[in-house]
Write a protein that binds this ligand. Structure first.
Ligand code: NDP
Length: 280
């Protein structure tokens, strides 16, 4: 079984650096069994962080996730997200309760603001803190926040309790390396890298394929190894196929040479100036 590395959250809790995404899951009844099997396979392999959101399939992903973790809740570090338009102080509490109901659980380990919206950050944070005091969430964080958003968050009451920032980050989307990633690392706020294999689009890159072959690995494994190499980064690939989840888990064993990291830098150049945060 692969030895999945961990990342420590500000609370001191360790979570796997390789977790499981769930976007698009739960949307088709015909796929449900395979999706549940793939999530459970991930748990068996130690990829015990599961990321979902009220947005995904308008609750269908949370329902599917609830079925997948039935009887295994204590193994899982469960992450969900609130829509920005639900992120008023009372709205956050109501949305969280609806997520808990769909997930068939009494608590989330981490609850994220999906992206910034119309509600003032202090209100959202006050709602998150109330949920935390009530034991309905273990911690809270944000998603799709750029550096300036993080600075603003730090200035609101309790804003420094933010436990993560989930953003688009993969070989072909390296903009955050210029400022947001170092900022988060300095503030000890882990970055959760979403779409870590660019939803499959980077897997056809010739250089990635060449390097993967040299290690008898797959392009997806190299793309994940790139993220696992970084400090305070958690990758959450999604796959509805158990064999691909197994393939992704083995990425933790890849040991890429300096020369090949340089070749990957040439194929996917790091940023030389500030780039606005990209979103999918
Ligand atoms: P990913 O980069 O994880 O790619 C998922 C796609 O890649 C699926 O089509 C999957 O197909 C395929 N795939 C997975 N593993 C392999 C493999 N080893 N070989 C070939 N293909 C593979 O994209 P996502 O956008 O799903 O991102 C991951 C998670 O991040 C989401 O599921 C969600 O939880 C979160 N997210 C958060 C966002 C936010 O705004 N906070 C935005 C986007 C995503 P298949 O399932 O058929 O195997």
């Amino acid at each position: 079984m692969p030895d999945i590395p961990t990342v420590t959250l500000p609370s001191g809790i360790s979570v796997p650096a390789l977790g499981l995404g769930t976007w698009k899951m739960g949307e088709s009844p015909n796929d449900a069994n395979a999706e549940i099997e793939s999530l459970r396979r991930g748990l068996d392999l130690g990829m015990t962080l599961i990321d979902t959101a009220e947005m995904y399939g308008e609750g269908a992903s949370e329902e599917l996730t609830g079925k997948a973790i039935d009887g295994r809740r204590d193994e899982v570090f469960l992450v969900s997200k609130v829509y920005p338009w639900n992120a008023s102080r009372p709205g956050v509490i109501e949305a969280c309760e609806a997520s808990l109901e769909r997930l068939q659980t009494d608590r989330l380990d981490l609850y994220l603001l999906h992206w910034r919206g119309e509600h003032p950050l202090e209100e959202t944070v006050a709602g998150f803190e109330a949920l935390r005091r009530d034991g309905k969430i273990g911690a809270w964080g944000v998603s799709n926040f750029d550096t300036a958003d993080m600075e603003e968050l730090m200035a609101v009451p309790d804003g420094r309790n933010c436990a993560t920032n989930q953003v688009l980050y993969n070989l072909s989307r390296r903009g955050i390396e210029y400022d947001l990633l170092p900022w988060c690392q300095e503030h000890e706020i882990p970055v959760m890298a979403y779409s870590p294999i660019e939803q499959g689009r980077i897997l056809r890159n010739a250089e990635l394929i060449r390097i993967a072959k040299a290690y008898q690995a797959t392009p997806a494994q190299v793309a994940l190894a790139f993220l696992l190499e970084r400090d305070k980064v958690i990758a959450i690939p999604k796959s509805s196929t158990a064999s691909r989840v197994e393939e992704n888990a083995v990425a933790v064993d890849l040991d890429i040479s300096d020369e090949d990291w340089e070749a990957l830098d040439a194929a996917f150049p790091p940023p030389e100036r500030k780039q606005p945060l990209e979103m999918l």
